[in-house]
Every structure is written in structure tokens, then in C-alpha cells.
Design a protein around this ligand. Structure first.
Ligand code: FES
Ligand code: FES
Length: 149
């Protein structure tokens, strides 16, 4: 049994210590916004924040999250108000199938904390999430829009 803090709430989760955090979040806690893509920390679909740092949860043992603050896409809005990145995503109609987008948004929100006005080069370097629908141009436009709000 592990104690995980997800989106400001403590959860007792019955998993092995080496169970990937992604499965604890999805299967045990039931927050399914965080997606499984590659399982080997390459695509970014499973990105969450751990103590404020964008983290690929598919390759992280759940035990590594004990004592940390985990935020998933479900915890990004505050008091019913969407994060400015979520608003920009809607305004710019970024998602196509949507599968990669929760992870993309979690990566972008962290980027804007460290670089409030990222250049295209910053975006290309820092946002390595993979979108099979090819939304990269819309992602870039929405990041700039969010940076300017
Ligand atoms: S599912 Fe975690 S990086 Fe692809
Ligand atoms: S919107 Fe379909 S994979 Fe990115």
C-alpha cells in the first residue's frame, strides 16, 4: 500500500512499489485523463507534474511519487477556472483525436512557468511530446497565445 497525493488529495493505493505511477493514477485512482502511449518515456502522453516538474508517469515507479505533490490534467483547473493553456487550446482548436493532448498541456504548463515567453526554438527543444495527428503547428500557436495572456 502506498500513500499518494494526487491533485491535493491523499489516496491509499494498493499497488506494488514498482508499479508505474501511470497505472496507479488510471487504474487505482480512476483518473483517466493521463494516457498510455509508448510506456517507455518517449511520447509524453502520460505527463503529469511531480512537485511542479513535468514527469512521464509511465516509466516512474509509483513508490517514487510518495511524499510528492502530483498534479494530473484533472487537477489543472482551479476552482472551476481553466488554466490559461487549456483556454488557449480551446480557442485554437488544438486537439484532433485528443489522445496526446493532456500530456501535451501538462508539458506546456511547465514550460510556461520556466519560460513565460518561449521562442519557437524553445518550444521545439522543450516540448518533445509526440502527436500522431500532427497538431504541432496549432500547439505552437496556442503556446504563444497562452504566453501573451
Ligand atoms: S506513455 Fe509515457 S512517455 Fe509515452
Ligand atoms: S491529437 Fe491525436 S495524437 Fe495528438
Amino acid at each position: 500500500m502506498l500513500r499518494l497525493n494526487i491533485n491535493g488529495r491523499g489516496h491509499n493505493v494498493d499497488v506494488e512499489p514498482d508499479t508505474p505511477l501511470l497505472w496507479a493514477i488510471r487504474e487505482n485512482i480512476g483518473l483517466t485523463g493521463t494516457k498510455y502511449g509508448c510506456g517507455v518515456a518517449q511520447c509524453g502522453a502520460c505527463t503529469v507534474h511531480m512537485d511542479g516538474v513535468a514527469t512521464r508517469s509511465c516509466a516512474l515507479p509509483a513508490s517514487a511519487a510518495v511524499g510528492k505533490e502530483i498534479v494530473t490534467i484533472e487537477g489543472l483547473a482551479r476552482n472551476g477556472v481553466l488554466h490559461k493553456v487549456q483556454k488557449a487550446w480551446i480557442d485554437h482548436e488544438v486537439p484532433q483525436c485528443g489522445y496526446c493532448q493532456a500530456g501535451m498541456i501538462m508539458a506546456v504548463t511547465e514550460l510556461l512557468k520556466s519560460k513565460p515567453k518561449p521562442t519557437d526554438a524553445d518550444i521545439d527543444r522543450e516540448i518533445t511530446n509526440i502527436c500522431r495527428c500532427g497538431t504541432f503547428q496549432q500547439v505552437r500557436e496556442a503556446i504563444h497565445a497562452a504566453a501573451n495572456t
